[in-house]
Ligand binder design. Structure first.
Ligand SMILES: Nc1ncnc2c1ncn2[C@@H]1O[C@H](COP(=O)(O)OP(=O)(O)OP(=O)(O)O)[C@@H](O)[C@H]1O
Length: 259
């Protein structure tokens, strides 16, 4: 078995979140979040539905603004960037959406060409094709190049969604519920892909999930979100080896649901 080469650099902080608060009206979603992610580290953020996991990564990539607190990404304070700087930063942050966000009226080839043509206009047609073929091979789906999204399985759609993000060679990957709606075997394949992406593309990642298997197999570190705060952080075993009833309930609920 090939041993994964993680090469995490704990001297290089890639994402740093401090005292982050975000409410929607009376809904106080994030209530003092602190999080550091180091170069080439995979951090899994676990929590129940509606705890603010997606809100957190949307704030990290500048899609939402916090009420207070700071978010530093690749050395830049996200809240202080103007529109142009934010666009430049976003090119380095790949966002893999929960629903894969593919354009249903476009083929796989066109879906993958879209971000390239929009953001790297200097490329020739031949270069675009070669990059599409290369990234499709990376996600193991070369044969789907001329298919439409409606012809793909849920797992294949997730892979193409990840490929479409990777084609811009981001330094950071934010995965929003990468295994949601997938059967256990397809989920394992996606978890393996997330680890492969880190190894091959040297990405730093946050994986948002409520799937324990996903968190365990992709997260070097796991952070447990509860009521707007991280209540425990560490390796998967450190987090779940606990007397905290909130974490034990989360574990048991997941376990029962997987039976
Ligand atoms: N743009 C918005 N306007 C108002 N409320 C919002 C907005 N975005 C998120 N929320 C609310 O913030 C809370 C957290 O939502 P979020 O999508 O981050 O949850 P989550 O932990 O990712 O859950 P899930 O796993 O179900 O996606 C929810 O109560 C949601 O309704």
């Amino acid at each position: 078995m090939e041993i994964e080469n993680k090469n995490i650099d704990y001297n290089k902080l890639i994402i740093s979140v401090r005292d982050l608060y975000k409410s929607f009206g009376e809904n106080h979603v994030l209530q003092g979040i602190n999080l550091d992610v180091f170069e080439k580290e995979n951090v899994a953020v676990l929590g129940r539905s509606g705890t603010g996991k997606s809100v957190l990564i949307k704030i990290i990539c500048g899609l939402l603004r916090p009420d207070s607190g700071t978010v530093n990404v690749l050395g830049k304070e996200v809240d202080k960037l103007n529109d142009k700087e934010l666009r430049e930063l976003r090119l380095q942050v790949g966002f893999s959406f929960q629903n894969s966000a593919l354009y249903d009226s476009m083929s796989v080839r066109e879906n993958l060409a879209f971000p390239l043509v929009r953001n790297a206009r200097h490329l020739t047609k031949k270069e675009v094709t070669s990059q599409i073929e290369s990234v499709l091979s990376d996600v193991g789906l070369s044969q789907t190049i001329n298919q439409m999204p409606s012809e793909l399985s849920g797992g294949q759609r997730k892979r193409i969604g990840i490929a479409r993000t990777l084609i811009l060679r981001p330094k950071i990957m934010l995965y929003d519920e990468p295994t949601s709606g997938l059967d256990p075997i397809t989920s394992i394949e996606i978890n393996n892909l997330i680890n492969l992406v880190r190894q091959k593309f040297n990405t730093t990642s946050i994986i948002i999930t409520h799937d324990l298997t996903c968190a365990k197999s992709t997260g070097d570190r796991v952070a447990m979100l509860f009521d707007g705060k991280f209540i425990k952080e560490g390796t998967f075993d450190e987090v779940f080896n606990t007397d905290d009833e909130r974490i034990k309930n989360f574990y048991n609920y997941n376990f029962i649901n997987q039976l």
